[in-house]
Design a protein around this ligand. Structure first.
Ligand code: ADP
Length: 174
């Protein structure tokens, strides 16, 4: 009997603080491979996010609105529990440079240990996004640079407003 192939639902987890064109490139690639992709937006454990989680989720939703196979959800708790709950068979991560490798490898091994039936798949973005990171976008925005070629067009204004608000809060000492 032919073995049933199980690559149907993929989860792409990340902080997306904010979403960049590199992230979008990965979502688009994943959506060409899988009939269903869930972007799982998490709060980073170590650092305080710049943009509150509900706003980040809305921004990702706007940015992927052209992709019918993609949905966006909040990720709370363990990634493997989220993956199981959604009957997903793959975790998608993006790999840019060698610098990503060690961290991503560690996470993939750990997730495999916690949930052996799920595979982590690494996709690489277009060359033009190889050095693009949320942290860079934040630095450029704080220094008043143009971020419109770095983040998805539908959310450029939302991101700039989030930065303005953050700057005001920092000045007010909030
Ligand atoms: P996390 O806090 O989970 O690392 P990020 O939002 O920083 O969340 O990244 C989510 C995933 O997207 C990671 O696998 C990261 O390597 C990948 N990623 C981030 N920027 C890019 C990019 N420019 N090109 C491809 N993948 C990227």
């Amino acid at each position: 009997m032919e073995k049933q192939k199980s690559l149907t639902i993929a989860v792409y987890p990340g902080s997306f603080d904010p979403m960049t064109l590199g992230h979008l490139d990965i979502v688009e690639r994943a959506s060409r491979l899988f009939p269903k992709v869930i972007v799982a937006v998490a709060d980073p454990l170590q650092k305080r996010p710049l943009i509150p989680i509900d706003e980040r989720i809305e921004m990702v939703r706007k940015a992927v609105a052209h992709l019918p196979e993609v949905t966006v959800e909040k990720l709370t708790g363990l990634l493997v529990d989220f993956v199981r709950k959604h009957n997903a068979s793959a975790i998608i991560r993006g790999l840019r440079a060698v610098s990503d490798f060690e961290y991503e490898f560690k996470m993939a091994w750990m997730n495999r240990r916690l949930c052996p039936e799920v595979e982590t798949l690494f996709l690489i973005p277009s060359e033009e996004y190889a050095y693009l990171a949320s942290s860079l976008v934040k630095e450029i925005a704080f220094l008043g640079g143009d971020i419109s070629n770095l983040v998805p067009q539908p959310i450029v204004e939302d991101i700039l407003q989030a930065f303005q608000r953050k700057l005001k809060e920092d000045k007010a000492g909030i």
